[in-house]
Design a protein around this ligand. Sequence first.
Ligand code: LLP
Length: 445
Amino acid sequence: MSGLPQRPPGFVYRTPEIKRVQRSSSSLQRADNSVPRLHCEAIPISSLAEKFGTPLYVYSAAAIRERVLAFKAAFREIDHTICYSVKANSNLSLLRLLAKAGCGFDIVSGGELERVLRAAPGSVKQVVFSGVGKTSAELDAALGASILLFNVESAAELDALAQCAERLKRTAQIAFRVNPDVPADTHPYISTGLQKHKFGVPLVDARSLYSQAARLKFLKVAGVSVHIGSQITDSAPFSATMQRVAELVRQLRADGHNIRFVDAGGGLGIDYCGSQDFRESVGSYAAAIAPSLKDLKVRLLVEPGRSIVGPAGVLLTRVVYRKTNGDKKFVIVDAAMNDLIRPSLYQAEHQIVPVEFNDANRESVDIVGPICESGDFFARDRELPVVGEGALLAILDTGAYGMALASNYNTRGRAAEVLVSGNTAKVIRKRETISDLLRNEVAAL
Ligand code: LLP
């Protein structure tokens, strides 16, 4: 089935069994239902829409597992832990699946810590805590949970952590997140490794901060951390960053610090066109990172989010109406920017495909949601096979930063989420009802 936008092993088009209709003694005929249909693993996606409604996030367990294995294979020559970045998709079932696949976690809030504690308490010892604005309450919770590493992002945070640790009499292992001042070719909102960004501490300040930290009783200097941005598809900035980090590790060791961890952050981009081989891309990513660290005998921590779960999810939506304004054609669907904000926020282009693939006639359309903003679109002037009202569309590669950024804008309940493994499908988050939305509100006065 060449030409079809496939995402094996999670999402593939399959043609149902060809019904063999005997016309004459020798000729066989294809039945009408022989159009390719999108499946998630062994399940036809349309049956999920019927059972659970739309809009619906559908995830493939096999796809997630395969991606974790690809990471492990790529980094096999270096001691490492994959700390999945919870922010990309924080559903409890996915966290449990990832913990079972051997992952630790990268968290950025007390809420994400709580998720790890509920989904995979045994993995809390493999948690790293990043973020520029950790509150004392969040630091206390993380100290109480004995996480692996605090990635400290400022001198002020160092003070706050030292105070919390002293008050609780708990020791915290720390790394400073350094800002390497390396540009990454990605959307400006998700580039983080330049001095003008709020993240990390400048490399030039690092040595004095480390010596300050080493004097604090309940803090233990243990690593160096970095993260230069997200959706980075060129490996050169990763390699430049790691060279700077390796140099810093050498200096810090010379200064007497016991550096055992290098946290390389996340950021490996995915190919939203789906044509790239993931093993190859994670292979070049590892080849950019690992060589600088090889002689240092550190444990490498990586914090991938998008590259693990992005292509493992689709957002399933149904066409509500078609309409034409002058020469513009609109396909109005029941999902909206509150379900998936990436196209409007980052100009992201997700492939959108009909669940029943009939490529006979194509047309150029805008695929839009029902929200009262012109920014509520999934694609503009997109070539799509003609789909009628009631047809199902799948927005691909939405497993990362889809549901995680969903909101209740326009008082829309958030979508349900379903996890598929082989031929079983489980609801891993129920659809939000209007009562869920109004529960904490009062009509005062
Ligand atoms: N580690 C840190 C410290 C991060 O800030 C991030 C992402 C990650 C790891 C994971 O990065 P990944 O491997 O997923 O690229 N909402 C945006 C992406 C925001 C990324 C924020 N930080 C989007 O939809 O593109």
